[in-house]
Design a protein around this ligand. Structure first.
Ligand SMILES: [Zn+2]
Length: 170
């Protein structure tokens, strides 16, 4: 089975990974591994996340994630990408993100989250489409542990990071 597909939607190209892909070793970037979470396993089950690499002009790549909050059927997106029939419309509900560990400033709980990123793989920066994308997107508004209000930057909470306890919020 095909492992990845190069797509050109924005200013930079991206390599799209399917849930069945084996992405290259991300140890250098992999926040999830540092806190004992297998993000690829999470993604293989995810209805909201897919892995991508942003392809820089130098041909080096940055591992990132795409996050959808509008209920887009990602299995359909996988199928279309694999067939070569995907269009920008399939990615209208997506935002670029990266995995990150973060601490709630109110209760001090650590989480593995997906935070938005501005690497332009979905839009050309001059078009103004990005802002519309952010306005449409549903962010995580409250800390899952204490309920305090978070700034709109968290796309998804993958998991609480131990200590004190490990819990999934998927
Ligand atoms: Zn909190």
């Amino acid at each position: 089975m095909e492992q990845t597909k190069r797509l050109n939607l924005g200013s930079l190209a991206m390599d799209y990974y399917y849930p069945w892909s084996n992405p290259p070793d991300r140890t250098k970037y992999n926040q999830a591994a540092k806190v004992g979470i297998d993000l690829d396993e999470e993604i293989s089950e995810s209805r909201t996340l897919r892995r991508i690499d942003a392809v820089l002009y130098s041909s080096s790549t940055i591992p990132l994630l795409l996050h959808w909050s509008d209920g887009t059927n990602l299995k359909e997106v996988d199928r279309k990408v694999a067939e070569g029939s995907s269009t920008p419309k399939d990615f209208e509900g997506a935002i670029v993100g990266q995995e990150l560990t973060t601490k709630c400033s109110v209760c001090g709980t650590d989480f593995l989250i997906v935070r938005f990123d501005t690497v332009p793989v979905l839009d050309s920066s001059s078009s103004g489409e990005s802002q519309e994308r952010y306005r449409r997107h549903k962010f995580v508004e409250n800390c899952p542990s204490c309920g305090s209000r978070w700034l709109p930057s968290v796309l998804e909470v993958i998991s609480q990071v131990a200590p004190p306890t490990t819990r999934n919020f998927a």
